[in-house]
Design a protein around this ligand. Sequence first.
Ligand code: HAM
Length: 428
Amino acid sequence: MNKEFSAPRGTLDILPKDTPRWQEMEQKARKILNLYGYKEIRTPFYEESDLFARSLGQTSDVVQKQMLYVASLHKEEDLNSRIHLALRPEGTASVVRAYIEHSLHKQELVSKLYYIGPMFRGERPQKGRLRQFHQIGVEAMGPNTSDPYLDAEVITLSLHILNALGPKGFVVKLNSMGSMEDKENLAKCIKEKLRTKQAELCEDCKQRYLRNVFRILDCKNKECQTVVDHLSLDHSFLSPQSQIYFTKVKKALDDLKVNYQVVPKLVRGLDYYTHTVFEITHALLGSQDALGAGGRYNHLVSELGGPQVDAVGFALGLERVLLVLSETIKVALPPLEVFIVAQDQECLERAFTLAYQLRQKGLTCDLNYQLGSLKSQMRLANKSNAQFVLIIGEAERKTDQVALKDMASGQQEQIGLDRILQVLKERL
Ligand code: HAM
């Protein structure tokens, strides 16, 4: 028996009936990104796996459990060592790698970069959680660009895009993790508070307690969540400078009347963040409730071997945006302008040439290659939703004419072949 193939678990085919919706989302986002001065960057879909381990953190769930390795190849310069490649689980690490590799910091004061494309994580698939999903992401980076206004701008940009895409009812959760030093203090503080609770944690979190205590805060295990629910955190671990920074971010958002909730337990699942972190959640999404997320990461560029450069960014998950959008919002397929119907083989020859000529002149045009009765051909023409149908029967072919049918009014008239382009252009 022949094996039937299906899309790999956790991936989705986006069929032609759905692509207009995707294209519309992308076009709207690009327009808005342009308003804020962002330029598109396209990086490879795979990178050295070490890049992700060093960026997202060796102890992050993404690196520990979700990396999709694609190959392990011999290094050209040293055949004894191997290079491990993995599909990109997110965009930030790749953008930072490209920023350093091409010395973008020498070319502009601040690089405002955006990307739209697939990301890959080997997670257990469930509602809103895929192994291949799509993000629209931005990264704004440059030396001495750590400014609360830029953080606020990035947050408002993410909301501007989301509002344009359509979902309503999302919530912005905001927090500050402070500087590297503050983060260490926060880790110590959480460790201290959880010291007597270790036995109640899952096996993973017992390890996390030793290696990266922040990750306990986003554990999905029920017992761990109960422990975390009872944990009380505030911002006393922040240095006075970090407090001021965070206050300025909030003030900038208040000035723009952006609604947000300060959530001291929001620490994000990736290790590179410092200072501002945020998540945009939606109740309809269930346990995978983040439509998007981001924050500041002032040390990643230097940690990956680049200069001291500050950076902030976010990424929105497009499948999740579509999940919360009401199914009633349908985007119509772009209409077909002309459909050509040919009565027999000789007429088809003429139809084929005419279709080529009309397309060369910029008209959307289609025709059917399977000849049949005129009635069945007209049924297909109707189904095509074309604005105009051109009928070439024996009589038309002999007189160098076509019958032009306006599908909205039902009116039909004979037009000379030499005038058809001009007539169509006038009426379309
Ligand atoms: P993240 O929180 O890992 O952050 O992902 C951002 C968004 O991508 C999530 O809020 C969610 O909407 C979507 N997403 C993540 N994983 C999945 C999945 N398995 N299935 C479907 N959607 C998913 C980042 O990726 C950071 N790089 C964001 C960032 C940019 N921070 C600074 N700059």
